[in-house]
Design a protein around this ligand. Structure first.
Ligand code: MOS
Length: 741
């Protein structure tokens, strides 16, 4: 006998509604699309990082089986650069058009696109393209190889940091560096472009975090009205920021499709995805802290420089979280960028702040040691009860509960603070902690809802689900408002033909979409109530406002009538509603952020020089987790990514010529299952109703902030080595004072 299960409403663990489709392969990722007459594109990457392309030898490739055409600088249509405006939603990751000139700005830059009947034919011919270059000698391999100070792009200051620092009895002045990292999302970038010339329409399938941004940029570049471009992205194998804004492969593919009069699909191989589609740039950060002898922060200086390319200016704003992180009257942050000959960097999961918090939360740990104070105590002592940057109250901040709760579950009070004092057999145990934080934002969003004659509900929104569970949370919100169960709710996302939805970025999707969906549901319910209270309606004569909604039915007093019954009576297939939502006045009254705490245990085996993360205990405050199942999954994934950042991941550029050495999954190390620690994630449940009616802030990014410094702090506790350079390599630990036994 079936038990009636509780409806999967907001705040309840709900299995992903797209889970079965993904598991069985029914879910169509962009590379899965095949259209009649489709050709395959395969880009040819430059093999130098800085110079000029002098000649391309294409005859051999052209003669190869299946090759239809090869696009390059001298054989490419005249296009328009996107105005590249964030405000107008046509921002692109690289503003330079493909093959625009013969200069080479970075290793891997596309010098040609081979188009052939099959993927294998295109790849084979691409590998046979010969290029002759003139190398320029002064390739800039990276921040680490240069003392160039770049240019300042941002500065924030309050109080009198220089004076306060000069007078502080306890000071710290240290520099932290982070290697460039690859997003390494499971699904590489893919474009399938199809022109319908008779209607003057371009249809693009793309694995993207922003179908509308790509539509707008494509329309600008190909000089088409917005309504003549459609971008489709129903399933995405993650993005982490590198799929927020369009890259040149998409433009090259669309241009090829138009030129050849046939659809073209380009699937980037992993190497090209790593070279040409963004990275988290290297950064160098100097932190100066001034404190009194009780541990009260008197000043914070946070001066950062990050890499950008010579083609575009990307800023990894490392100091973003610093002005609001601690109660401190005197704070200065500055940000510089340095042009290097790498592919253009881009946002990567909690961009800027995740880098910045490595430096800041390491420095706080160092200050605690200098003060002989517990690092948790020091953080609580400098707790920012309101936002010191904006001078506003927090909408909701439970960081103290995160810190104390995670400390309790971790067993922090049993920690012996002496370096290397905690042992387990051959292993030395190190325990460290750090705070996590990420801004909470919202974007405008629209949605459409249909209550259907069969009792089901259809919801449409032009945002996309990048793998985080957007389909499911939207269904949960509809279930909560209608009482219709999740299996009877159909959610459609990821198309520009749907009501305008936001980028899946900045952990803003949940807070942006759910209020719009709710407004659309109410609008549809109003239409249904109007129908039901008509003269010939089920509730003839009743006041529409007096009708309640429960379990897919309208109710008044003792009577109830299902949505389907009401629609059936009026011979209607459905009623629909529209809704929109945007951030409002609350922005002026409160500061919105999410918070968390990570406690990490590492194990260092000095006999065999093995370092591993053994245990992570995290408490995360994101208001209400709409779907705790998916939310916990996000934090666990972020912890895995943080272990990569802390211990493994580093894009290596040849210091002689700026070529990327390890653009593949065998030489670029990412954490694997064997690297995974025991993970214990607690999601606090303090709904933030000042932020939106569901009380939900975002969760995608916050989990990554604070992991790398918590690891570095734990490594110091185990080994006595303060590593200020990510990733932490075993080599750095070999002269640990604790190596000898
Ligand atoms: Mo996120 S870096 O805004 O995808």
């Amino acid at each position: 006998m079936n038990e009636i299960s509780a409806p999967d409403i907001v705040g309840h663990q709900t299995p992903r509604i797209d889970g079965e489709d993904k598991l069985t392969g029914r879910a169509t990722y962009t590379a899965d699309w095949h259209v009649t007459g489709m050709l395959h594109g395969y880009p040819v990457p430059a093999t130098i990082a800085h110079g000029t392309l002098e000649a391309l030898e294409l005859d051999e490739s052209r003669a190869m089986p299946g090759v239809v055409d090869i696009l390059h600088h001298r054989h490419f249509p005249q296009l328009h650069r996107s105005p590249n405006s964030m405000k107008h939603g046509d921002h692109v990751s690289e503003v330079r058009l493909p093959f625009e000139d013969e200069r080479i700005y970075y290793h891997g830059q596309y010098i040609a696109l081979v188009v052939a009947e099959t993927f294998e034919q295109a790849r084979a011919a691409a590998l046979c393209v010969q290029a002759r270059y003139r190398r320029d000698p002064d390739a800039m391999p990276g921040l680490a190889q240069s003392d160039d100070q770049g240019v300042e792009v941002d500065r924030y200051c309050r109080g009198e940091p220089d004076v306060a620092f000069g007078m502080a009895p306890v000071i710290l002045d240290e520099t932290y560096t982070i290697a460039p990292e690859s997003h390494m999302q499971l699904e590489t970038h893919v474009t399938l472009a199809e022109w319908h010339e008779r209607e003057g329409r371009l249809v693009v399938h793309e694995s993207t975090q922003g179908v509308f941004y790509q539509r707008n940029a494509m329309a600008r570049i190909f000089d088409l009205p917005l309504e003549c471009v459609e971008v489709i992205s129903p399933y995405i194998g993650s993005g982490f920021g590198n799929k927020l804004f369009m890259w040149p492969h998409a433009v090259a593919t669309a241009a090829a499709a138009r030129l050849l009069g046939r659809p073209v699909k380009t699937v980037l191989p992993r190497q090209q995805d790593m070279m040409n589609a963004g990275n988290r740039p290297a950064s160098r950060q100097r932190i100066r802290l001034g404190a009194d002898s009780e541990g009260r922060l008197l000043s914070i200086h946070h001066d950062s420089i990050s890499e950008t390319s010579t083609v575009d200016r990307h800023v990894d704003a490392c100091g973003g979280a610093t002005p609001s992180a601690y109660a401190c009257n005197s704070v200065v942050t500055s940000q510089r960028v340095l042009e290097v000959h790498h592919g253009t960097p881009c946002p990567m999961r909690a961009p800027g702040e995740v880098s910045g918090l490595f430096a800041l939360e390491s420095a706080i740990d160092e200050l605690a040691l200098a003060l002989d104070m517990d690092p948790l105590t020091l953080r609580l002592k400098n707790y920012a009860h309101s936002d010191p940057q904006r001078g506003l109250p927090w909408s909701s901040k439970q960081l103290d509960r995160c810190l104390e709760g995670a400390a309790e579950r971790f067993g922090w009070s049993a920690r012996d603070p002496r370096i290397g004092a905690m042992r387990d057999g051959d292993e030395i145990i190190g325990q460290g902690m750090a705070s996590a934080t990420w801004f909470a934002g919202r974007q405008p969003c629209e949605a459409r809802v249909e209550l259907r004659g069969d009792g089901s509900v259809f919801v449409a929104c032009g945002t996309q689900d990048i793998g985080t569970g957007t389909y499911t949370i939207i269904a949960q919100a509809v279930a909560e408002l209608t009482g219709v169960t999740v299996p009877r709710i159909e959610v459609k996302l990821g198309e520009t033909s749907l009501p305008a939805g936001p980028l899946s970025g900045g952990s803003m999707t949940t807070a942006s979409t759910l209020p719009a969906v709710a407004a659309a549901v109410r609008d549809a319910l109003d239409a249904l109530k109007a129908l039901a209270t008509r003269e010939d309606g089920v509730f003839a004569g009743a006041d529409p406002a007096s009708l309640g909604v429960t379990q897919g039915a309208l109710v008044a007093d003792e009577r109830g009538a299902g949505f389907a019954e009401i629609l059936g009576r009026h011979r209607l297939g459905s009623v629909s509603g529209k809704g929109s939502a945007a951030p409002g006045e609350e922005r002026r009254q409160y500061s919105f952020r999410s918070f968390g705490a990570h406690f990490v245990e590492v194990r260092w085996d000095p006999g065999i020089s093995r370092l591993r993360v053994a245990r992570v205990v995290s408490s995360i405050d994101v208001g209400r987790a709409v779907n705790p199942l998916a939310a916990r999954n996000q934090v666990e994934g972020a912890i895995a990514m943080g272990i990569g950042m802390g211990l493994l991941e580093r894009l290596e550029y040849d210091p002689r010529d700026a070529r990327l050495i390890n653009a593949n999954l065998s030489d670029y190390r990412v954490p694997v299952h064997a690297d995974m620690p025991e993970i214990d994630v607690e999601l606090l449940d303090y709904p933030d109703f000042r932020f939106n009616e569901f009380g939900a802030r975002g969760i995608g990014e916050i989990g990554l902030t604070g992991i790398a410094p918590a690891i570095a702090n734990a490594v110091h506790h185990a080994t006595g080595k303060r590593v200020r350079d990510l990733p932490i390599s075993i080599e750095t630990l070999l002269d640990s004072p604790l190596i000898m036994t």
